[in-house]
Design a protein around this ligand. Structure first.
Ligand SMILES: [Zn+2]
Length: 349
C-alpha cells in the first residue's frame, strides 16, 4: 500500500515531463494527445490563393515526426482515400511521436480532376520542388509543403498511384542520394512498407535547392523518404487502398511509433534498370499488354493511331522486364509517358 501511494505522484511527474510540447504547423496548433485538422493557406501571388488540408496526430509520448503526403497529383485517389481513413484510425493516446497527414497537396488538380498538372498554371507539382514563395500556384504549394511539412518532419512518405490515365501494379521507389545513413533508412522504409517490387533510383538531384521531387526534397535535407505507388485509373478499389493502409501501419511499427512487431518484404524484387517509355507522336493510344506482365525485349506494348484510325507509331519494350505501368486511356501527346518497364536484378541488396 505504501509503495502504491508513493509511486502515483512519481508516475504523474514522469508522464508530464515526458509529454511532447505542442507543435505548430502552418498555423495549425497540435497539442500532445490530440488529433487536429485544418487548412494550411497558400497565399495568393501571381495567381489565386489555395489551401492544403492537413491532419496532425500528436502522440502523448516522444517519438519521430512522420509525414504522409497524398494528392500531389489530384486524380490519384487510393492514397487520398487511405489517408482519409487513417486520419480517424490513428489514436493519439497510443502514438509515440507525431504523424502529419497531407490529405490533398494539389487542391486545384483534385477539384478540377486533372492528371499530371495543376490546371491553373499547367505545372507538375512533383517537378517544381522545393518551390518558390513568389512563383505560380504550383511553385507556391511546393514552397508551403517544403517549409511546413518537409522541414518539420523526420521521415516522409510521398504517396502516389497510377494517375487517372495510368494502369499500374504496386511498387515503391528507393531513391539513393549518396548519403549512406539516409539511404539505408530509406531502404528499410521501402522494405517495411511492404511492396515487393522496389525500383532503385540513384538519378535524383543532390542539390537541396533544386530537389525537383517531394521525397527528394526530404532526402536532400537529411530526412529519409520513399515514394510508393498503389492504384490508378481513378480507381477506388479496396485492394489498392488496403495495401497503402497496411504499409503505413507497418511503417509505424518499424519506427516504434505504435506497439507491435514489424514485418519486412521477404523476397524483394529489386529493379535497378528501369525506363519510362515516351511517345514520339500525338494521337490515340491502344495498349497491347496489361500492368504487371513480364515482357520480352521487343514485345509490342502499345500502338498509336492518328485520329482517323491509321497506325502511326508503335511502342516496344527496350529490354525484358516487368510492366510497372502502362497508359489505360486513349489520349497521348508527343513526349508523354506511355509505359514504365523495370528489369528485376538477381543481386541481393
Ligand atoms: Zn503521382
Amino acid at each position: 500500500m505504501m509503495l502504491l501511494v508513493l509511486s502515483i505522484p512519481f508516475f504523474l511527474h514522469y508522464a508530464v515531463a515526458q509529454e511532447p510540447k505542442a507543435l505548430s504547423i502552418g498555423g495549425i496548433q497540435a497539442k500532445a494527445g490530440t488529433r487536429t485538422s485544418g487548412f494550411i493557406p497558400v497565399p495568393a501571388g501571381v495567381d489565386s490563393a489555395t489551401h492544403i488540408p492537413v491532419t496532425i496526430v500528436r502522440g502523448t509520448r516522444p517519438g519521430p515526426v512522420l509525414a504522409l503526403v497524398a494528392g500531389t497529383h489530384g486524380y490519384e485517389y487510393s492514397p487520398i482515400l487511405a489517408l482519409n481513413r487513417l486520419a480517424k484510425k490513428f489514436d493519439p493516446t497510443q502514438l509515440r511521436g507525431t504523424v502529419i497527414i497531407v490529405h490533398v497537396s494539389n487542391m486545384p488538380s483534385y477539384m478540377r480532376r486533372t492528371v499530371y498538372y495543376n490546371p491553373w498554371d499547367w505545372k507538375n507539382l512533383n517537378r517544381v520542388y522545393p518551390g518558390k514563395p513568389d512563383g505560380t500556384v504550383t511553385e507556391r504549394i511546393a514552397h508551403v509543403i517544403t517549409k511546413n511539412i518537409i522541414e518539420q518532419c523526420d521521415y516522409l512518405v510521398d504517396l502516389h498511384c497510377g494517375d487517372g490515365n495510368e494502369s499500374l501494379r504496386p511498387y515503391s521507389y528507393w531513391m539513393k542520394i549518396d548519403n549512406p545513413s539516409v539511404d539505408e533508412v530509406s531502404k528499410q522504409m521501402t522494405l517495411a512498407f511492404g511492396f515487393d517490387h522496389i525500383v532503385i533510383d540513384d538519378e535524383r538531384p543532390r542539390d537541396p535547392g533544386q530537389s525537383v521531387y517531394c521525397s527528394n526534397t526530404a532526402a536532400t535535407r537529411g530526412k529519409p523518404a520513399i515514394t510508393v505507388e498503389s492504384g490508378g485509373l481513378g480507381s477506388m478499389d479496396e485492394e489498392w487502398i488496403d495495401y497503402i493502409e497496411n504499409g503505413i501501419w507497418n511503417l509505424l511499427r518499424h519506427f516504434s511509433m505504435i506497439d507491435g512487431k514489424p514485418s519486412y518484404v521477404e523476397h524483394p524484387i529489386w529493379i535497378e534498370r528501369s525506363e519510362v517509355l515516351r511517345s514520339a507522336v500525338t494521337g490515340v493510344l491502344l495498349p497491347r499488354v496489361k500492368r504487371g506482365e513480364y515482357v520480352q525485349k521487343g514485345t509490342l506494348l502499345a500502338v498509336i493511331n492518328d485520329f482517323f484510325g491509321n497506325q502511326i507509331a508503335e511502342v516496344r519494350a527496350p529490354f525484358a522486364g516487368v510492366l510497372l505501368y502502362i497508359l489505360g486511356t486513349p489520349p497521348i501527346n508527343a513526349g508523354e509517358p506511355v509505359a514504365f518497364v523495370g528489369q528485376p536484378t538477381n543481386e541481393a541488396r
